[in-house]
Ligand binder design. Structure first.
Ligand code: FCB
Length: 448
């Protein structure tokens, strides 16, 4: 059976600055919290860091060529704040602007639509030194950065997202401590959560005032939460976790209120007008989805509820469930359910599927090829779920594969390969995998 997608459906791929660019100390770039975190022994598997990564900073033309060769329509990438403002604010670093200028021009020359994310986790270290997201001032400083970027590029770019996955970086960075800035403190987490929401709202306002018809929104990692057992504790924990993981940003940004239990916890951080400032008209929801969360009650965890850590298997798993090499479950039904939940509970929004993908232990065989056929199977399953949601009325405009190329997978280093393109991290050689050619056919047929 052939699966067809609507005409004008946007097919693309996604990456982020810290995970691919490298050039960590070049052309005036300042340090981000991920530079600091990755250089602290013990934080990253094998003590790796992304100083070089895929060296996209130098090799971006090769990478755009690989996108163009399969007629990709869109490319979602993030801006390293510290290339533009090495200290987070103050003097602009012209060379940083020049890099993104060259990248954007190269994309446009090849008919690839740039989808920009302003913040994919790499907060300037200088701002962290002043408290980072704990500090309310960071919200305004972020909005100034958004304004500077947008003023410079609004004649070339139509689509900007404020944040990538605020729930992920605020929980794993401030509660679990296994992502930058490596903190375990519930108060810092709560204050950060609110200030990130505020930063989103301020930035949407400042960007909108530059160009009214920009497509603006936020990218959120969402997934259904399921209890890992039928005990009362785990069922209660599931509701708590759903609040922190799925609603803490989605609700204030897209509905104009916090869940009431969360609002209570945030009382001392919410000033008058904050909610009004956060709740700005957005043009889309960016949905990143990998799996549903199996939640358990955990008295030793600061939130009392959690999903599996990055080095654990999902809780309460039955044996017949397929896992990727991240230990993540392959459950396309959860993708469908998540999309339909947005449609049904969040006013039938325009949805961009901004990340979805899988890691496997890919390697180059003697014939020079990468037979990542499991990844192809994964995409077929997940895209069938997308198609079903479209048939059931979901307003989905596009789909971005995570990821264009293998990259630095945060605390797990270079071991987890998500790319359509294999990267040899010693020679930096790019080798398209089987899934790249699958994606090529899919784009050219608008289906598979
Ligand atoms: C998402 C992140 C992205 C990448 C994928 C695997 O949560 O946004 O940077 O690490 O997971």
């Amino acid at each position: 059976m052939k699966i067809n997608f609507p005409s004008n459906f946007l097919w693309g791929t996604a990456t982020s600055s810290y995970q691919i660019e490298g050039a960590a100390n070049i052309d005036g770039k300042g340090k981000s919290i991920w530079d600091t975190f990755a250089h602290t022994p013990g934080n990253i598997k094998n003590n790796e860091n992304a100083d070089v990564a895929a060296d996209h900073y130098r090799l971006f033309k090769d990478d755009v060529r690989l996108m163009a060769e399969i007629n990709m329509h869109a490319y979602r990438f993030s801006i390293a704040w510290t290339r533009i403002f090495p200290e987070g604010r103050g003097t602009v670093n012209q060379k940083g602007l020049d890099f993104y200028s060259k990248l954007i021009d190269e994309l446009l020359k090849n008919n690839i639509k740039p989808l920009v994310t302003l913040y994919h986790w790499d907060l300037p270290q200088k701002l962290q030194d002043k408290g980072g997201w704990l500090n309310r001032d960071t919200a305004k400083i972020f909005s100034d950065y958004a304004e500077t970027f947008t003023k410079k590029f609004s004649d070339k770019i139509d689509f900007i997202s404020t944040f990538n996955e605020p729930a992920v970086f605020s929980i794993h960075g401030n509660v679990d401590g296994y992502m930058a800035p490596g903190i375990k403190n519930k108060d810092i987490y709560l204050a950060s959560l609110h200030h990130i929401n505020l930063a989103h709202g301020y930035a949407i306002q400042s960007m909108r005032s530059i160009r009214k018809d920009l497509e603006l929104g936020c990218v959120l990692n969402l997934g259904p939460c399921v209890p890992c057992s039928d005990s009362e504790e785990d069922i209660n924990a599931t509701n708590i976790y759903d609040m922190y993981w799925n609603r803490a940003f989605l609700n204030p940004m897209y509905k104009g209120y916090y869940p009431s239990a969360l609002e209570n916890e945030l009382k001392k951080y919410i000033f008058s007008n904050d909610i009004k400032n956060i709740y700005q008209k957005c043009d889309y929801i960016g949905l990143n989805h990998y799996q549903h969360s199996r939640v358990k009650a955990d008295k030793n965890h600061l939130l009392g509820a959690r999903g599996a850590y990055y080095n654990e298997k999902p809780f309460g798993l039955s044996n017949d469930v397929e896992l990727t090499s991240m230990g993540w479950e392959v459950v396309p039904e959860a993708y469908y359910d998540q999309i339909m939940e947005l449609k049904n509970l969040y006013d039938d929004p325009i949805i961009y599927l901004t990340e979805n993908g899988c890691a496997y232990l890919d390697k180059i065989e003697n014939d020079g090829k990468v037979y990542d056929n499991k990844r192809v199977e994964y995409y077929k399953k997940y895209l069938s779920a997308v198609k079903k949601a479209i048939d059931d009325g979901a307003n989905i405009k596009g789909y971005m594969v995570w990821s264009l190329m293998d990259n630095f997978e945060w605390a797990l280093g270079f071991d987890k390969r998500f790319g359509l393109i294999h990267i040899d991290f010693y020679t930096l050689k790019r080798t398209p995998k089987n899934s790249y050619f699958f994606y090529k056919d899919l784009i050219n047929n608008n289906g598979f």
